[in-house]
Design a protein around this ligand. Sequence first.
Ligand SMILES: [Zn+2]
Length: 294
Amino acid sequence: MDQKTKIFLTLAVIFAGLGLLLIFSFQNLGKFRLIFCDVGQGDGMLLVSHSGKQIIVDGGPGTKIVDCLSANMPFWDRTVELVVATHAQKDHIEGLLEVLARYKVGMIAETKVNNSSELYRAWQKAVENEKAKVYVAKAGDRLSIDAKQGQTLSIDILWPDAQRLSQWQASPPSDLNESAIVLRVNYGPSTSSGFCAYLTADIPKETLQGLIEKECQILKIAHHGSKTGTNEEILNEVRPRLAIIQVGKNSYGHPTKEVLDLLRSKAVKILRNDTNGIIEIKSDGRTFGAKSAR
Ligand SMILES: [Zn+2]
């Protein structure tokens, strides 16, 4: 081998190594990431499994969600494994239209509870065009997302229950929030131990209270910190270490003083998108760390 070939081969190995390193560090493989995107007044979350599968829960109003996806997904990855639309209100599904337009989606989870708005019709059309598998979420189901390297990522559907769901599909509740999909995300060596997070959409506290079966480190506060979504019983049952409030500039008074005071009285750390920007939680299946833009 002459000198030139040796140098060329050495450089090739170094570049290949750097490339791999870049890919792995960019994807943060080996850990579960739960990202609360800064979508303004609304909910929009990106979940990335330890082997790089993406799940999106709600898309906020407008199209800010896609900036969040671009910043947190490898540029060559144009597929999202699962999109969950918790309920058909603008601050939860408007941005999902853009997600469906830009990404190839494997499965869409929704309630099919129709609020006969123009936005809902646009959503139905977008879902049809996507040709993804459509899953109607109902309580009691468990979605297995990823099981590699001895760690499993699963999603438990806690709400709506099947009976209510079929009633609401025929005739929607006056408050669509009541029919929203509530999830618990579990990550760890088994579903009974490890890390978990409640993703509560805009569900009323009276409903949420009955859905908590175990403690979790993370509680996404329901309904942007409205007093309709959180009470002391919920906090006593979840015993969260960290509460996330997905909230932006609004005229509803979200988050309310009642909810903030309640969280403080229980010494729960609070991170909120309006003051902290994008929030990222990373877990190895036992512990977790959180960081935010501000
Ligand atoms: Zn909302």
